[in-house]
Design a protein around this ligand. Sequence first.
Ligand SMILES: Cc1ncc(COP(=O)(O)O)c(C=O)c1O
Length: 316
Amino acid sequence: MLTDLFDTTPSILQELLIPDFTKRGIKLFVKRDDLIHKDVSGNKWRKLKYNLLQVAQGKYKGIFTFGGAYSNHLVATASAANKAGIPVVGFVRGEELNLNSNETLQKCHQLGMKLIFLTREEYGMRNDKQYIDELKMDYPNYYFVPEGGGNYLGMVGCQEIWNELPKDIDHLFVAQGTTTTSCGLLLGKPNNTKLHVVPVLKGFDVEGTMLQQLRWFVFQDEFPNDLMEDVVVHPNYHFGGYGKYSKELLMFIKEIYTKHQLPLDPVYTGKAFFALLEELKNPQFDNTSIVFVHTGGLQGSKSIEEKEGISLYLNG
Ligand SMILES: Cc1ncc(COP(=O)(O)O)c(C=O)c1O
């Protein structure tokens, strides 16, 4: 069955023992969704699951989707579709790129994804209904998955993370891009849990974007507003914006791996985990139970390691 394509049982709940926190009664866990699969890891399987199911039910012939040059989502979609035997087309931002521009694109190609490189202008239309309808004419009966797996079914899949978590969590932290993962988590969360989101985009309209996504789900206006009361936004950990990072962030990632065998990536989870450790210094977190959801993304680290001449994940 397609829903069993990637088993989520490898995603353990890892307890991190950090003396400064344990002595304040803080229990800190990481939900290791990065361990689900090497390519379809983290939130990627969660977001793709019900989308792929649409195709596997035989209503569609294939999938088309969008992503940037280093997109975790493109690799994940290529890998999952390959395993399920579903043809897939990936529209990539940047006409200057080709199949060999980097390891992410090479991998997508090797996994059988047909890559089409778009100008930034054309890529900018990726969410326009008319543009998508035109692509549907070029690829009849292909199912459209938006960039980052950001749609209603993506949220449904992310809600399921709660099935694998204890119910007595006080605070849950997660990195945010399209907000699909955080909206799914918000919809499924127990009443007493606060959801902390760390946007990796500079100046991102968290509230507006989340409310828009939540309205796909629920149609009464007040309900999404009520839900948002349990969201805490940490907007100042983007390190300059999407894809930007500092030496400090890279050294932090290296240190966390050495101390806790926890691999983080510089684009999403490294920033969110940095935010978490900074925020936990606040006494409001004393005697609480915290979960950090590891949303994967480690495939992108290699190009940054090569560019910066640094090894982020070394034992010892
Ligand atoms: C590794 C990783 N973490 C977090 C996110 C953010 O998730 P979302 O776009 O659902 O907010 C993404 C993007 O999909 C990602 O690739």
